[in-house]
Write a protein that binds this ligand. Sequence first.
Ligand code: KG4
Ligand code: ZN
Length: 366
Amino acid sequence: MAAGEATTVLGLETSCDETAAAVVRRDADGTARILSNIVFSQLKEHRPYGGVVPEIAARAHVERLDAMTLEAMREAAMSFSDLDAVAATAGPGLIGGVMVGLTTAKAISIGHGLPLIAVNHLEGHALSPRLTEDAPFPYLLLLVSGGHTQLLIVRGVGQYQRLGSTIDDAVGEAFDKTAKLMGLGYPGGPNLERAAKSGDPKRFALPRPLAKRPGCDFSFSGLKTAVRLALADIDAPDEQDVADLAASFQATAAASLSERSRRAMEIFRRDAEPGAPLRFVVAGGVAANGAIRAALSALCANEGFALAVPPPALCTDNGAMIAWAGAERLRLGLIDDLSVAARPRWPLDPDTAAAMNHKGRKGAKA
Ligand code: KG4
Ligand code: ZN
């Protein structure tokens, strides 16, 4: 396959509680076309437990992935011989689930003689805005998901420089835990956003995490604790109390993400070639949140950055972003051997992560 040719890639995603399969075509000029994108969210499976149970997630992936893969191929009107490669998330994530997707992709690779591409789930999110938005490299990326909260400069495929990350909970994790303690249940993030719609974001003055600390790191566990204390202060909280608290939490989280992103924009601007366009990209499940999208859009308008955020369905986990990362890697000849292993942890930026771990930091989760 020559570098300039169109390619079509099947992508499988099984790293958490979404089972997903998609077929994406990358045209010779770099335009993406999503030919199919099938996502099954394991809501019913995990709801009784109030969160994701790894063993149940892995079993649910096993039960559904084969049929979903065939459905994605059918919907794209493709046979396996029409594909140029098969890509699957190889980490980071819940290891049982990751093994299901990666092993399925290996079987397809062997059975149909297709190159295998082991995709870092975070790279899937990091490149996802390029599926639907105008997002040429380099750009500043805010990656906000259930397991990660990071600011990175993305210079190209595989070229990531981390400017900051969370020192405790990821922002999605904070949404999920806060929703749980307010009795909003699983899935926490979307439920909390719904509750916040009828709430007053100014009623509770919650502490802004790391407000006085320089740099681009985040912290969200104190915010979650502040919500717990505020809740404990109210006798028998009613629906309006919960809505006000949800709105106050969401507004504080959005303000914190904006404030840290503003600092990262200063670094990006300093680092950029004179006159080069300034681009800010947001990806990951929490980027589906309307209040956060609005806050970051206002920030970009103030700071003179062009904003690119995927539509909400491509912010949360999906197969199209894995197929797309596969297509971007395939173009560069970055294919993997069948011996590639599933990885529970896998930082996007091994050098920064190693340096941070060396300093005894808690930030490098993946
Ligand atoms: O990227 P993602 O689908 O999976 C991971 O890679 O973690 O992100 C899932 C996270 C969860 O914590 C979920 O609660 C959060 O994204 N999330 C939201 C919303 N939709 C998903 N958080 C706030 N508001 C939302 N609308
Ligand atoms: Zn994700």
